[in-house]
Design a protein. Structure first.
Ligand code: UDP
Length: 325
């Protein structure tokens, strides 16, 4: 098949490229390298089935041409990372809203299937655990920059669903829960590569708040596998799926686990949220996915536990060196 991946040089996108190229597809990527990196895809550059375009998805003419050539579009290009979002809200809203609008509008012209990467962040401060796809979203006030990400992604979801309902352009929505793996950088705030880089570099592991907040970390390989299967499953069209794991761990325990697994002498430092992000920053205490829906449709289960994921991230960061700055 011919596949277009927006954000294909990013962390998740580049893993998707690897799997698709290995199974014989022709892959096109468009990426403005805002958070992606050439290193993530350079091993494919001499492959005649791999085509890369370093440009923004707001370049309509290029995007139109690429979408016309593709059988399936994986739309992964977005502003991501809580740190980046808090620091650059204009970029977050514009990229996530205008970018998705453009992708959907162009895909609709020839009714191309679009798989939209959304986020578990859309559940916001909800406390009805586990989060089911049909549950209410509970977002914070608009003067708290963090929520602009959830809100922009929620709007993307409405739009994708509307393109299916109103115009019969096939769309599938996936809400990704704290995806982790090699090539993810701590630069935009993601906690696992940050802790691993800090531990390996002998710097303090920076736990924000008291560290009681927890997350369910998900192996990138599981995410990529699910994305591909959902893209070719007709019952997935017009539906929303959580993709995550049951690997729930508090951030404090995560810090000590990383310290133990790396044999690091780094201290674990507790940093107030206001200092880490901004005054009035709101975190969510827990975020747990309901996985019944995706399991029932494609047999999805997560395959690697937290230790296994950390091991792979340690290996990767040791091999390529990575700083959190
Ligand atoms: N976090 C932390 N120290 C860091 C980076 C993140 O304690 O250096 C916390 C963050 O406040 C959140 C959790 O780790 O509670 C996961 O953060 P991440 O940005 O990876 O993903 P999120 O779940 O917030 O989207």
């Amino acid at each position: 098949m011919k596949i277009l991946i927006t954000g294909g040089a990013g962390f998740i996108g580049s893993h998707l490229v690897d799997v698709l190229i290995n199974r014989g597809d022709e892959v096109f990527i468009i990426d403005d390298l805002s958070t992606g990196s050439v290193e993530n895809i350079e091993h494919h550059q001499s492959n005649p089935r791999f085509h890369y375009f370093f440009d923004t998805i707001l370049n309509r003419f290029l995007l139109a041409e690429l979408i016309d050539r593709a059988d399936i579009v994986f739309h992964l290009a977005a502003a991501v990372g809580v740190k980046l979002i808090v620091e650059s809200p204009v970029r977050t809203i514009e990229t996530n809203v205008k970018g998705t609008e453009t992708v959907l509008e162009l895909a609709n012209r020839k009714k191309k299937t679009v798989v939209l990467a959304s986020t578990s962040e859309v559940y916001g401060k909800s406390t009805s655990f586990p989060f089911r796809e049909d549950a209410d979203l509970v977002l914070g006030a608009t003067d708290k920059g963090r929520w602009s990400y959830a809100c922009s992604k929620a709007l993307d979801e409405y739009l994708a669903l509307a393109y299916w309902k109103e115009k019969r352009c096939p769309t599938v929505i996936v809400r990704l829960f704290n995806t982790v793996g090699p090539r993810q950088t701590g630069r935009y705030g993601m906690v696992v590569p940050r802790f691993v880089s800090q531990a390996l570099g002998g710097q303090p592991l920076t736990v924000y708040g008291e560290g009681n907040q927890s997350r369910c970390f998900t192996w990138v390989g599981d995410v990529v596998h699910a994305l591909i299967q959902l893209a070719v499953t007709s019952e997935a069209v017009g539906e929303i799926f959580n993709i995550g794991s049951t690997n729930e761990i508090s951030i404090r325990d995560l810090a000590f686990l990383v310290k133990e697994m790396t044999g690091s002498n780094s201290e674990v430092a507790f940093i107030p949220y206001e200092q880490a992000y901004e005054q009035g920053f709101e975190d969510m205490n827990r975020r747990v996915p309901a996985l019944e829906k995706v399991h029932a449709l494609i047999g999805y289960t997560s395959t690697i536990d937290v230790r296994g994921i950390i091991e792979k991230v340690v290996e990767d960061i040791k091999a390529r060196g990575s700083s959190v700055e």
